[in-house]
Design a protein around this ligand. Structure first.
Ligand SMILES: NC(=O)c1ccc[n+]([C@@H]2O[C@H](COP(=O)([O-])OP(=O)(O)OC[C@H]3O[C@@H](n4cnc5c(N)ncnc54)[C@H](OP(=O)(O)O)[C@@H]3O)[C@@H](O)[C@H]2O)c1
Length: 345
């Protein structure tokens, strides 16, 4: 163990895309656990578009304070413990933030620290069995209510959440159309994630392509991107379609005055007696175990793969966050800081 702890602190609230100068790389001594506390060596960080919102201001969580470590989901290993429930060598999951070491009493900003189940890798714990997989699972099943034969349209389909939605919808017997940026991402959405078709939105004419692929309209829209892509989906609804408004990444860096400029096709929600529902996955926390079980069953049946994009090196935190907004990630974006320092127990 080194005796230095590095942390990325928020230096200023980003305007537009995050810049290196929005953060400060700080180093100091490794903190020591007191009574009832344990020390975690962070091994993997999760990168999520919602972090851009947390840096910018209050959202469904309070804004990250200037001078604080950047908030992030993480996996780490307990390397010292004065806590009766947490043992040295255990892999643990919590909102540990952009720091190499953290002392915990078992609670983090978004909930209790959890021990990662034996047999689950850090990548799976943050990806398919973490917030990402649970967002896909509960958004699609609880709000989308998919029926076999339904047509499901998924934007951001090559991303973390979208690639799980594609697989879960296929496992439930739906026809799946993905939307992603670029030919190679579209090939990934069909060939690896298993969608029936994928539309490259960079080629334009998204509404026309949806109509060609789903002439009777789509029953479910799982929306990760928003803006013009959502509008193209709204133009192609089937009767009583369910639109799940999971996210709208196309606007997260947008500071222009017209960033919420209206959707042209919203009245089709009325015409088609459709519903559009927003949700925050944290509201499903009491049902997370049920979601993990369902996802694990699909994986055991060979219907769900883990798809991760793992970068390396703590110094690369800001650049890894930017990857999400530059469309560079395929699947779940992670950053590995270190190998496990101790044998896992
Ligand atoms: N409601 C909830 O509780 C909840 C929970 C988790 C995530 N979310 C939301 O779900 C969405 C997906 O999150 P994720 O973690 O799975 O991230 P992700 O999809 O893995 O990563 C971001 C992807 O978004 C696409 N993108 C980025 N900027 C874009 C733009 N301007 N226009 C169109 N596409 C753009 C890029 O893919 P392309 O290369 O294909 O453009 C990029 O690879 C986000 O909107 C996020 O906020 C919501």
């Amino acid at each position: 163990m080194t005796d230095t702890n590095r942390r990325w602190l928020l230096a200023s609230r980003p305007v537009g895309a995050v810049k290196d100068s929005d953060f400060t790389l700080d180093s100091g001594p490794v903190p020591q656990p007191g009574d009832g506390e344990f020390l975690v060596r962070v091994t993997h960080l999760s990168f999520d578009p919602t972090q851009r919102g947390w840096l910018g201001g209050d959202t469904y969580l309070p804004a990250v304070k200037i001078g604080d470590p950047v908030r992030a989901g993480a996996i780490g290993q307990v390397i010292a413990s004065n806590h009766p429930k947490f043992k040295v060598g255990q892999l643990v999951q919590g909102t540990f933030g952009w720091q190499e070491y953290v002392v915990s009493n078992g609670m983090t900003e978004t909930g209790p620290v959890a021990v990662v189940h034996a047999g689950v890798t850090p990548e799976q714990a943050l990806g398919v069995f973490g917030i990402t997989g649970l967002t896909a699972y509960f958004g699609l099943t609880d709000l989308g209510k998919p029926q076999p034969g339904d047509t499901v349209l998924v934007s951001g389909a090559a991303g973390a959440t979208g690639s799980v939605v594609v697989q879960v919808a296929k496992a439930l017997g739906c026809k799946v159309i993905g939307i992603a940026g670029g030919a190679s991402k579209c090939a990934f959405v069909t060939d690896v994630a298993g969608a029936d078709a994928c539309i490259d939105y960079r080629e334009g004419n998204v509404a026309r392509r949806i109509k060609e692929l789903a002439p009777k309209g789509v029953n479910i829209v799982f929306e990760n991107v928003g803006g013009e892509i959502l509008d193209a989906a709204l133009a192609n609804l089937a009767m009583r379609a369910r639109i799940i408004l999971c996210g709208g990444i196309s606007s997260y860096n947008d500071t222009s005055d017209n960033r919420s400029a209206g959707l042209l096709n919203y009245m089709n929600i009325t015409v088609m007696r459709a519903t559009m529902t927003g949700f925050i996955v944290l509201d499903y926390a009491p049902r997370f175990a049920e979601g993990v079980q369902a996802l694990a069953t699909m994986m055991a049946q060979g219907k769900l793969k883990t798809i991760e994009d793992v970068q390396h090196g703590f110094e690369n935190c800001p650049v890894t966050l930017r990857r999400l907004f530059e469309g560079k990630n395929v699947g779940k974006q992670l950053l590995q800081l270190t190998e496990l320092p101790l044998p896992r127990v």
